[in-house]
Structure formats: C-alpha cells, structure tokens
Design a protein around this ligand. Sequence first.
Ligand SMILES: NC(=O)c1ccc[n+]([C@@H]2O[C@H](COP(=O)([O-])OP(=O)(O)OC[C@H]3O[C@@H](n4cnc5c(N)ncnc54)[C@H](OP(=O)(O)O)[C@@H]3O)[C@@H](O)[C@H]2O)c1
Length: 339
Amino acid sequence: MTSGQTIPQVRLGATGPVVGVQGLGAMGMSEFYGDTDEAAARDTLDAALEAGVTLIDTADIYGRGANEEFLAPFVAAHRDEITLATKFAVVRTDDPAHRGLRNDPAYIRSAVEGSLRRLGVDVIDLYYMHRRDPSVPLAESIGAMADLVREGKVKHLGLSEVTGEELREAHAVHPIAALQSEWSLFSRDVEQSAVPAAAELGVALVPYSPLGRGFLTGAFTDASKELSETDYRYAHPRFSGDNARRNATLLEPIRSIAAAHGATPAQVALAWVHQRAAVHGLAVIPIPGTRKRSRLLENTAATHLVLTDSELDLLEPIADQVAGSRYADMSSTSAAREK
Ligand SMILES: NC(=O)c1ccc[n+]([C@@H]2O[C@H](COP(=O)([O-])OP(=O)(O)OC[C@H]3O[C@@H](n4cnc5c(N)ncnc54)[C@H](OP(=O)(O)O)[C@@H]3O)[C@@H](O)[C@H]2O)c1
C-alpha cells in the first residue's frame, strides 16, 4: 500500500502548532541502528516534506550532537515549513554505555545554547526534557524551560518518559504541548497513566519507536545474528535469543492483517497507534525513524489505513505477551516511577 497523497494535519496539543499527523525520527540517520548513508538520509528528509511530514525529531545526544548538525542544512532550507523538535537531559561520557541525567536549570541553559548552535537556528519549536532526573524538583526544571520560552529561544515545551502524575505537575507550571514516549504494539505501559493524563490536559502524544525499533516490520528477527555488534539493538532484551524467537511469533497476526489490506506490517503497526489514540481521545503524531525514501512513503501511506474492530481485537493481546523489557535498564523510564 503506497500513496501519493500528502498526510493529514493535526494540532500538536492544545497549545502547539499544526503538523503532519506523522513525524520523522532522525536519530538513526546518525547513530544507533547500523551504517548510515548521508545521501539517502537527505533524500528521505526531502521525501518527508513532500509527503506533508513536518515534525522532525532529534536530540542533542544523537551522535553526540552530530544528528543536530546533520539536520542543520535541511532546517536552513525549510525553516518555515517544519516543526523542529530536539531534547536535552541525557549526558554521555567516553563510556558508550553510560547515560547520566541533568535536569537542573544551569544545565538546561547551557544545553539549549548547544542545540541552537548545532541546528543553526535562533529558536527551537519544541524542546523536550528527554528524561526525568527525580533528584531535581520537576517544577524547577519546567520553570527553567518556561524561561527559555519567555526569552524566545524555545516556542513549545515537551516531556519524554514521564508518568501521568508528572505530566500534570509540569503542565501546572507551564503548558506542555507534547509527551514523547515509547508506544507501539509491543510497548503499552504508557497507557497506564500518561496517556489518560495527556488526553485530559490536551497534550499531544508523540510515540517514539512505533515500529518497535524495526522489529515489528519483520526486517530482522534475531538482532544478535542479523545486525552488527555496534547496532544498539544487538544486545537488546527483546531482539535476540529465546526472547526474539518468541517475540517473532507475535508478528503473525500483524502479518495476516497486513496481507488482508495489501499493506505491510509497518503500516499496520502505525495504523494501530492512531486508532489506539482515538480510543483514548488524544492527538497522536508517531515519529517512525527511517533513512530510506521508499520506507518513508510506505510509512506515510499508513495514515490512510483503517483497521477493523475485529483486527484491533486480534492485536490487543500482543503487548502482554512480549518477552523482555523495552530497555535493558528501565531505571530512567516512566514505567519505573509508576505507582
Ligand atoms: N524520547 C526517546 O527516549 C526516544 C527513544 C528512541 C527513539 N526516539 C525518537 O523516535 C524516533 C523513532 O524511533 P526508533 O527509530 O527508535 O524506532 P522505530 O521508528 O520504531 O523503528 C526504526 C527502525 O525501523 C526501520 N524502518 C522504518 N520504517 C520501516 C519500514 N516501513 N519497513 C521496515 N523497516 C522500517 C528503520 O530502518 P531504516 O532507517 O533503515 O529504514 C529503523 O531501523 C527516533 O528516530 C528518535 O527520533 C526517541
């Protein structure tokens, strides 16, 4: 199923701008998911814009700043056509596995300057706190982010991987436009408290890894055999060994539903996110990541796919059967702080 149509538009939360109903995750264009091809990635960005995709997602840690720098020429050429989102809070060191967290106002102030410089812009459209450091009062961090809005460095605020309670607390300090959290057929813990809170507050949900980091598409079935050792997914709890074998069997209903529509598993996974969000009554803008024009077009065509109620019923039990956690270390996820 492909489509030459442009995708529908939606408001990014009650206070946010209008964006294409599907965004583009740029992370893999610089790091994490194997070899990158700059020309193909740039062509994918062009294809995204042609298809009506306007929310472009990056973070200061992707490629240690390289992903923001990579996006800069595209941003310069299309500044008024896109909604540019980036993130702060995760601090890396020489140890590739290490992830520190900083949410304090002084850090936020210096992080935004780095992102503005690397992106070559004077304002960031959507600035997310990538992860919560519970040792810093949330109101203090949101207060510092709100100062950036007042100073014209940032237009809208977002959070990633927070609970419903944290979202409410933050929203009381300054309107939050979007919550970016993992949400897919394989990862549904966000539905416990964050999704209902977002619906209540008028915060848009921006599901990351809506394709289960590629696993839901069937593109690979055992990361430790099919992907390179340097690929982030190589040692992921869900994607290798017994867990991968078991999880691969969960793709069967996705495949059969896709076949019935002349669609692909990736398209079913994306359509599911939209229809699940409609059940909860909130705006949703998934940001599948791809570095290939053909996949971008495949993914955007999914915005026109509608699954039947009986198909949704078949997909309903999948997440509960997934073997392995969605991160090897879950300590900085919202799930770790759910009560
Ligand atoms: N806030 C957070 O903590 C957080 C965490 C992770 C990611 N993110 C953001 O969310 C974005 C998306 O998440 P993600 O990249 O982790 O996972 P994803 O979108 O679920 O999957 C991306 C993977 O799927 C492949 N793919 C994409 N479309 C496909 C298709 N139609 N058929 C087959 N394979 C396909 C991509 O390969 P190719 O690139 O080779 O096409 C890539 O390997 C990221 O780019 C990043 O911006 C945020």
